[in-house]
Design a protein around this ligand. Structure first.
Ligand SMILES: *[C@@H]1O[C@H](CO)[C@@H](O)[C@H](O)[C@H]1NC(C)=O
Ligand SMILES: *[C@@H]1O[C@H](CO)[C@@H](O)[C@H](O)[C@H]1NC(C)=O
Length: 259
């Protein structure tokens, strides 16, 4: 059974849509901080409901725009719980720093007492994701993927390893795609002159970690984000990419458990 806090969600949805469509230029701060407080105050864990499942939707987004509207609206109509907006309203001088700070914001959320270890966490980037599948379909497919390992976390896959060094283990040791060889034609996985600069990697099978989407149990995601945040703090410098750090963490886990 999926428990997604519907009454709050629907009221939030209608109100929010009004704001989004008509007022978001005028009062974005109020609209979205209201949404955040609705979510945190109602995400109460019911310890007796062992088979029940709580799904949390986390959307990192510092400000509203058309793309943000798209992810939010597609989540609403596909029955996702009301989202928690990570780092909303925060100002960063450099977009790269904003990306790295997503790690801090997500880690902070995963530490909240309102999140249980077995809760399912869905992370969707605020600016380039939209939902096409309803929540129950998404979760049932995720359950299939978890068949042999309930701690399994799934990240989106990228066609290009970036911004990591292409010769670093995070890039070279990533497991191969499960798609068939030659799926994009004879130049599958090769840089060729047939593709223009913009479409340069279109013919690569997705294989590398993309930090824009993830789904997993809270306990696993917390372990991953805590380690990522620890590495950022260790460097004592400004790490400018969440994806870079997460790909490194993933490579470490991969080399310990599966190689
Ligand atoms: C979490 O899931 C594990 C494995 O399915 C189970 O053994 C454990 O009892 C669950 N814990 C809670 C608090 O529901
Ligand atoms: C689970 O393990 C079985 C047996 O090894 C395998 O056939 C199946 O593909 C695995 N499922 C997943 C989702 O990895």
């Amino acid at each position: 059974m999926l428990r997604t806090r519907h009454p709050v969600f629907i009221v939030g949805a209608i109100t929010l849509l009004g704001w989004l469509v008509f007022l978001y230029h005028a009062i974005p701060e109020h609209a979205f901080s209201a949404l955040q407080s609705v979510d945190t105050s109602t995400a109460v864990t019911d310890d007796t409901a062992v088979t029940d499942e709580t799904v949390h939707l986390l959307i990192p987004a510092t400000e509203p725009n058309n793309q943000f509207c798209r992810v939010l609206f597609s989540a609403l109509i596909n029955d996702y719980p009301s989202p928690y907006l990570v780092n909303y309203g925060k100002k960063y001088d450099d977009p790269a720093i904003a990306r790295a700070q997503k790690i801090a914001g997500l880690n902070e959320y995963l530490l909240k007492s309102t999140v249980s270890r077995n809760d399912t966490i869905i992370i969707a980037d605020g600016f380039d994701v939209w939902f096409q599948l309803p929540l129950d379909v998404m979760v049932s497919r995720y359950r299939l993927a978890q068949q042999n390992d309930t701690s399994r976390t799934i990240f989106g896959a990228d066609k290009k390893c970036w911004p990591n060094d292409p010769n670093s283990p995070a890039c070279t040791r990533a497991p191969l795609s499960s798609l068939p060889d030659g799926v994009y034609g004879p130049d599958t996985d090769q840089l060729t002159i047939y593709r223009d600069q913009k479409a340069k990697y279109d013919n690569f099978r997705p294989r590398w970690l993309n930090s824009g989407t993830a789904i997993g149990p809270a306990s696993s995601l917390h372990a991953i984000y805590e380690e990522a945040w620890r590495r950022i703090e260790d460097k004592q410098s400004t790490v400018k990419s969440d994806q870079r750090i997460l790909a490194d963490v993933w490579e470490t886990v991969w080399s310990i458990f599966w190689s």
